[in-house]
Ligand binder design. Structure first.
Ligand code: FAD
Length: 189
């Protein structure tokens, strides 16, 4: 069994149509399928989408990575798929994610600026930029979570409580008010 890593760049075939929270529905669906499938095959890595371009990094068992990539490259949601890096890997570098997603562009913008670039055009990345992009994805804390098919960055949009806990708190509040009302009535002369 041998490990490999593979990075490619591609162009989205869909027109940008983000929902009210800035999430591109096509990308959210791709991430859902990626996480479901890649976790099963222990393929890990990361996906970045910006400027209508994709950069994806995959690592895992050679057979599994190639099977995933063979599905990806014929997907009509993108085109001009170009392999940037494909080589053996001694040990895994991503531990806990089936497919990490970096929705915030700040880190990537800083990386582009360091190289005097203005636009995200991963098909033009050389090896150095590829490695930096992989490092940005690996190190990023700005990992999104997919909740009910919706992707959202950690931070600004974060809710402190889950909907279940919120419902519980509302119910507890209503019960408390009712108990106080009943208690107050009993205390009345
Ligand atoms: P399905 O259950 O067939 O589909 C999953 C979801 O995607 C469904 O909501 C379905 O409606 C929708 N969908 C599927 N194909 C299309 C299509 N052509 N157009 C519009 N909607 C569609 N798959 C992975 O398994 N791992 C990856 O890392 C991965 N990365 C991707 C990166 C990019 C940039 C793109 C474009 C696709 C990627 N995919 C990835 C998706 C992959 O190309 C296949 O669609 C997917 O693997 C099929 O898996 P499935 O049969 O389980 O999904």
């Amino acid at each position: 069994m041998s490990l490999i890593r593979l990075a490619y760049a591609s162009e989205a075939s869909f027109s940008p149509n983000p929902d009210h929270s800035g999430v591109e529905p096509h990308v959210a669906r791709i991430l859902l399928a990626s996480r479901r499938n890649n976790a099963r095959q222990a393929v890990v890595g990361g996906l970045y989408y910006g400027n209508q371009r994709f950069f994806q990094y995959l690592e895992g068992e050679e057979q599994a990575v190639r099977a995933v990539y063979d599905r990806i490259r014929v997907d009509d949601r993108h085109h001009n798929v170009k392999i940037l890096l494909e080589e053996p890997l001694r040990q895994r570098t991503f531990d806990n994610w089936s497919m990490k997603y970096v929705p915030l562009a700040d880190d990537v913008q800083r990386m582009l600026q360091r190289h005097g670039l203005t636009d995200f055009e991963p098909d033009r990345f050389d090896r150095q930029l590829c490695e930096e992009m992989i490092a940005v994805i690996r190190d990023s804390n700005a990992v999104d979570r997919l909740i009910n098919g919706q992707a959202g960055p950690r931070g600004g949009n974060d809710e402190i409580f889950t909907p279940g806990i919120r419902r519980g708190l509302v119910l507890a509040g209503v019960t408390l008010v009712a108990a106080l009302a009943v208690g107050g009535t009993l205390l009345l002369p």
